[in-house]
Design a protein. Sequence first.
Length: 218
Amino acid sequence: MKTTAIVPVFNEEKTVKTVLTAWNNSTSINEIIVVDDASTDESLKEIKSVRSKKIKIISLKKNLGKSDAVKVAAKNLKTDILLFCDADLINLREEHINKILAPLKSGKIVMSAGLRDYGLVGNFISKNFLPLITGERALPYSIFKKTIKNPLMKNYGLEVVLNDYCKKNNIPIYKNIMKDLKQTVKTKKWKNGAYLLAKEMFQIFSVILMLKVKNQWI
């Protein structure tokens, strides 16, 4: 089964190279599509420094936001499995990639999500009680093609829309704790990180509410 990894990037010059190196070294990944979403730092330079025949770079001139950047990368692919990943991860390893992909390699129609490691108590809470908004997930390309027309799949609505589709269609969602996997939080990456984090959370919970109240599917 062919697996394509999609990595949307916006101003992640400090981490994107190590993330792409981990994907590139993985024997489970056949193709990597990196979307530079009009970064204003040295992200594109760092992306280009990882030379590989597996990597395809899409450089956007205008910032579209995460969901639309992913949709650009996923358009008209010839693949079986899509694997999404944020570009600000720390300690990403082959074992993490294999763990996310394992439920799909047998041909099952499922979605598999990788949860970052918050420690014993944090992992229990995130796995059982918090909304599933992680950017690390794998699913059949056929499922993604059915969700892409949802008008709510924009900005930070990507993960919420995918979750909603799977739940409404009785598609199992696997939640896997990725041991030692961390993420660089927005408040530490950027000067306006607190504002961007608040904006992201507002958009996510707005989409969750709209899906519950209006049942937004076309």
